[in-house]
Design a protein around this ligand. Structure first.
Ligand code: PMP
Length: 306
């Protein structure tokens, strides 16, 4: 359940949480043409708060809208400022931010043009997405019977609202079978990503993650981990790999803003390595936590202060 805060930024101003409503004939509600983001703000040991990679998340929101031919009626800078404003207005030192861009309710024609473009940003508390235990011990995953979109069907570079029905089906299927998370293959049969996270494997010290052509959402956390791992001296390869390569990996983990770096402890009932988070996963998970929580002096360009 969402933990309500008091204000939501909507179409340029802060309004009470309960008044941030839309009409039932909202175009995006019917057809799924909308863009959204998930961003985290962390409180730091020095008492301040910082948003992790705000610039990149807002850029991806604009990229998604470009793919969808939606014109956001605000410049990127105003959206970044609104993210800070909504955190301050709610007195939140640590929060998950959810910006969303969607079409209004003037028409229900599929190809309707001249539609209003609405923008909202909510901020609220959201703990570990796959649970504290999952974050610590690792999660159990199932290869899904649902595949990720073909790159010329879903626009997989974008964080498109409508695209998530497929992720929901995969996640529900995995949950019904008592797994924590679904891992989806692309249409060629290669490992793509989880329902809301990118995936990495480690074998003989080499880290691998599927390339963007595996119809993944190019995650901001994925990009951060590639950079951090490289800077720590690990070899990182963006290459396709198969489900059996995942089965026999020494380690595997998921990355995402909400899930951060979550170890995988089992895939299709096969334990990963020793069945507990491996050394590379632990190192990267810890390094990521240090950076986002401002306990590291590295990558200052990734932090925006509130
Ligand atoms: N893949 C999908 C399908 C997602 O929804 C997310 C979460 N935004 C990710 C990957 C991870 O992206 P990020 O690291 O930017 O949160």
């Amino acid at each position: 359940m969402i933990q309500k805060s008091s204000k939501i930024w909507m179409d340029g101003r802060l309004i009470p949480w309960d008044e941030a409503r839309v009409h039932v004939l909202t175009h995006s509600l019917h057809y799924g043409l909308g863009a959204f983001e998930g961003i985290r703000c962390y409180s730091r040991a020095d008492g301040r708060s910082s948003i992790f990679r705000l610039r990149e998340h807002v850029q991806r929101l604009f990229d998604t809208c470009k793919i969808l031919t939606i014109h956001i009626p605000f410049p990127a800078e105003a959206i970044r400022e609104a993210c800070v404003e909504v955190l301050r207005a709610n007195g939140l030192a640590e929060a998950y931010l959810r910006p969303i861009v969607f079409l209004g309710d003037e028409s229900l024609g599929v190809g309707a043009s001249d539609m209003s473009v609405r923008v909202a940003i909510a901020a609220f508390h959201w703990g570990a997405y796959l649970g504290e235990e999952g974050l610590r011990r690792g999660v159990r995953c199932k290869i899904s019977s649902f595949q990720r979109h073909h790159v010329n069907v879903g626009m997989t570079m974008g964080k498109v609202t409508g695209q998530y029905f497929n992720a929901i089906l995969a996640k529900r299927e995995a949950a019904a079978l008592r797994y924590d998370e679904a891992i989806m293959l692309d249409i060629h049969g290669y490992v793509a990503e989880a329902s809301g996270q990118n995936i990495f494997i480690v074998r003989n010290g080499v880290i691998r993650t599927p390339p963007a052509s595996a119809s993944i959402l190019p995650g901001v956390t994925r990009d951060s981990i590639i950079r951090i791992a490289g800077d720590l001296g690990y070899r990182v390869q963006e290459v396709p790999f198969t489900r059996d390569e995942l089965y026999i990996a020494d380690e595997a983990f998921l990355t995402g803003t909400a899930s951060e770096v979550t170890p995988i402890r089992e895939v299709d009932d096969r334990p990963m390595g020793a069945g507990e988070p491996g050394e590379v996963t632990r190192t990267l998970k810890e390094a990521y936590a240090e950076i986002v929580k401002g306990r590291s002096v590295r990558y200052p360009e990734w932090l925006s202060f509130v």
